[in-house]
Design a protein around this ligand. Structure first.
Ligand code: IMP
Length: 200
């Protein structure tokens, strides 16, 4: 079990620095988060399942089996209505293995040409493994795929996703603004709630 200043510590099973800073920001003062880098665990984490739930479980189990300490993993997908829910669980490698964020954005915009229905949602599933038991937390945010990218904050599909009720994209929002309404923010808030109720 990892401890940080006597605070309960969870390992976040991710190599994505953007996600790490979003989640650390949300869990500040509640629980200490250690990244894989901070516990000197490197290498790729397998994510070969065909659902977000499956991938979150696979990533959390993979890390748990190595460190034998409580940990959690998230998996996120952008689900576009006019594309039958694509790219969904394949959001990271939509434009192929080792593609960049902008390759993915370009492929999506290309596939959305002439589509009038531009509704989409981000969905995050978190799998927490605590004392060997799994707990799941989900967060969803609905929005629109705009015609071309705007903004340079955030990551991934943020520049082309405008959440409902806002006239800016995720890439035009500060970390705090995005966290308040985002898929990962909502799923993490549920995780925080769960941890607080347990008085950890
Ligand atoms: P992952 O499998 O959970 O790491 O996420 C899959 C892909 O979804 C990432 O590589 C990003 O392209 C995209 N993604 C995940 N979260 C976000 C987000 O908050 N904003 C924009 N894109 C995201």
């Amino acid at each position: 079990m990892y401890k940080d200043n006597n605070m309960k510590t969870l390992v976040f099973a991710t190599n994505n620095e953007h996600k790490l800073s979003e989640v650390k920001n949300l869990l500040e003062g509640v629980i200490a988060i250690k990244s894989l880098k901070e516990i000197n665990l490197d290498g790729d984490i397998p994510e070969t399942a065909d659902t977000l739930e499956g991938n979150a479980t696979q990533k959390a189990e993979f890390i748990y089996s190595r460190i034998n300490s409580d940990c959690f993993a998230d998996d996120t997908g952008l689900e576009v209505e006019a594309l039958g829910g694509e790219p969904g669980v394949y959001s990271a490698r939509y434009a192929g293995e080792n593609c960049s964020f902008s390759d993915n954005v370009n492929k999506l915009l290309n596939n959305m040409k002439e589509k009038t229905n531009r509704k989409a949602r981000f969905r995050t599933v978190i799998c927490l493994i605590e004392n060997g038991e799994k707990h799941y937390f989900e967060g969803v945010v609905n929005g629109t795929i705009i015609e071309e990218g705007v903004g340079n904050m955030g990551f991934g599909y943020d520049p082309i996703f405008r959440p409902d009720g806002f006239d800016v994209t995720f890439a035009e929002m500060s970390l705090d603004e995005k966290n308040k309404i985002s898929h990962r923010g909502i799923a993490t808030a549920k995780l925080v709630d769960y941890l607080k109720k347990k008085n950890l």
